[in-house]
Ligand binder design. Structure first.
Ligand code: IMP
Length: 178
């Protein structure tokens, strides 16, 4: 039903799945012998998490955090925790799962929070990264794809809570963003 709103598809379902396979293999190698807790940030990372975990061949667990920092289309860095993790992360190796790293403010604060809670290590896996938009010194260890400075939707990412369920990543027509 959303086809009429799409300007261009950036990454198809097949391309995302293939990239998740590569990332999953890499994570499997890097964390061999360790117990990893994936910390998925709601709500955008859910489709990515679901695809990625198929390809991580380790004894992983996952939990969810919901944080908010967005005012309009720009994050403020002043994040509020809407839902915290269910269990302690003391001494654990954490992999934060994110849909897109834009300014980096959200992740910077989330990482600080998790380290303060006693995590042993905190790394990031993100489906997308917009390096040109970073205002924080943040360098995700695992990145699906780099994108330009464009607002994207689909595969969990929304515009005003819509378009999350698209099975691909796309840019909307200019008039839809008005
Ligand atoms: P940051 O704190 O600026 O890095 O914001 C990261 C969060 O902003 C992501 O988890 C998304 O929820 C949201 N976001 C940033 N860029 C986009 C975009 O292009 N489309 C949809 N959501 C975005």
């Amino acid at each position: 039903m959303f086809e009429k709103d799409i300007k261009k598809v950036l990454f198809t379902e097949e391309e995302i799945s293939a990239r998740c396979k590569e990332l999953g293999r890499q994570i499997t190698e890097d964390y061999a012998g360790k117990n990893v807790l994936l910390v998925a940030l709601l709500r955008g990372s859910v489709p990515f998490l679901a695809e990625l975990i198929k390809y991580i061949d380790l004894d992983i667990e996952y939990d969810f955090m919901d944080v908010t920092s967005y005012e309009g289309t720009e994050s403020t860095g002043d994040i509020r925790i809407l839902k915290d993790l269910d269990d302690s992360v003391q001494g654990l190796d954490l992999l934060v799962v994110e849909d897109i790293v834009d300014t980096g403010r959200t992740l910077k604060t989330v990482i600080k929070t998790l380290l303060n809670k006693g995590a042993n290590s905190v790394k990031i896996v993100t489906l997308l990264e917009k390096p040109s938009r970073h205002v924080e010194d943040i360098d995700p260890e695992y990145v699906g794809f780099i994108v330009d400075n464009e607002f994207v939707v689909g595969y969990g990412m929304d515009f005003n809570q819509r378009y999350r369920c698209l099975p691909y990543v796309a840019v909307l027509k200019d008039e839809v963003y008005q």
